[in-house]
Design a protein around this ligand. Structure first.
Ligand code: 6GU
Length: 243
């Protein structure tokens, strides 16, 4: 997969080169390009924003600069085009299903806005040539789209073949079955007076699986009742419902 990010703060994306994602880049599972939006300005001040039509607080990112940047990074429609992602608190919610869907794409481009946002015509114009999604990572407001892009890129990258050490981790994590994962434990058996639950040391794998499922159900019920309510018909078996 290829991932490009356009931003006025390229250094904000440095964490992409660390740890799991850095390894994935080294091993050529992903190719990442980070681009400075100001490279496409033409004035001495390298201005990327201007005051909003209609008045009000804040500044809006200028369409000309973004238009040239997207033409240069995404192409103009002759060749294959990427899926364009625009992080914004006004977007549709990003979730694990979005991450899974994007993980099948060959090429993603993230257009990170700052200030009040990007002139809407940039998004509308891009949508005439490529698929475009405006997405939010949650119900709170960040200063810009960079951190949100990092979050989404990490969620997508860990789903790619050969990125996670153990591919079962991606299959078994929270949300893969619509529930939160329950607690996990490692050695020692007793730590500061707290013991590991007996069942996990019993060697009885049917009992362990049942216990884990019950823990996941109980935790989801307490912390995210909205997820339980959203489970499809038939997702809970008889033993689940006895919980
Ligand atoms: Cl994607 N961008 C910004 N700037 N703020 C956000 C967000 C995105 N998602 C939640 N808050």
């Amino acid at each position: 997969m290829r991932i490009d990010v356009i931003t006025i703060f390229p250094d904000y994306l440095n964490p992409l080169r660390e740890a799991l994602l850095g390894k994935a880049i080294e091993r050529d599972r992903i190719a990442v390009g980070v681009h400075d939006l100001r490279d496409w300005t033409h004035d001495v001040h390298r201005a990327v924003d201007d005051s909003p039509y209609g008045g009000g607080p804040g500044m809006v990112m200028k369409p000309q600069v973004w238009g040239e940047a997207l033409d240069a990074v995404c192409g103009t429609g002759e060749e294959p085009m990427p899926r364009l992602v625009v992080p914004t608190p006004a977007g549709r919610p990003f979730d694990q299903r979005t991450a899974i869907r994007w993980s099948a794409e060959p090429w993603l481009v993230f257009a990170c806005g700052r200030y009040e946002g990007i002139d809407q015509r940039v998004i509308d114009d891009a949508a005439t040539r490529m698929p475009v999604e405006e997405v939010s990572i949650g119900d709170y407001v960040l200063v810009g789209g960079e951190v949100a892009a990092l979050v989404m890129i990490e969620a997508v990258a860990r789903l790619l073949p050969g990125v996670l050490g153990n591919p079962l981790s991606a299959e078994q994590d929270s949300f893969s079955d619509g529930l939160l994962e329950g607690p996990c434990y490692t050695r020692p058996e007793v730590w500061r007076g707290h013991a590991v639950p007996d069942v996990l040391r019993s060697g009885n794998h049917a009992a362990i699986n049942r216990w884990r499922r019950d823990q996941a159900l109980a935790r989801t019920y307490r912390r995210r009742p909205d997820l339980l309510a959203a489970l499809p018909e038939g997702a809970l078996d008889k033993a689940d419902r006895a919980q």
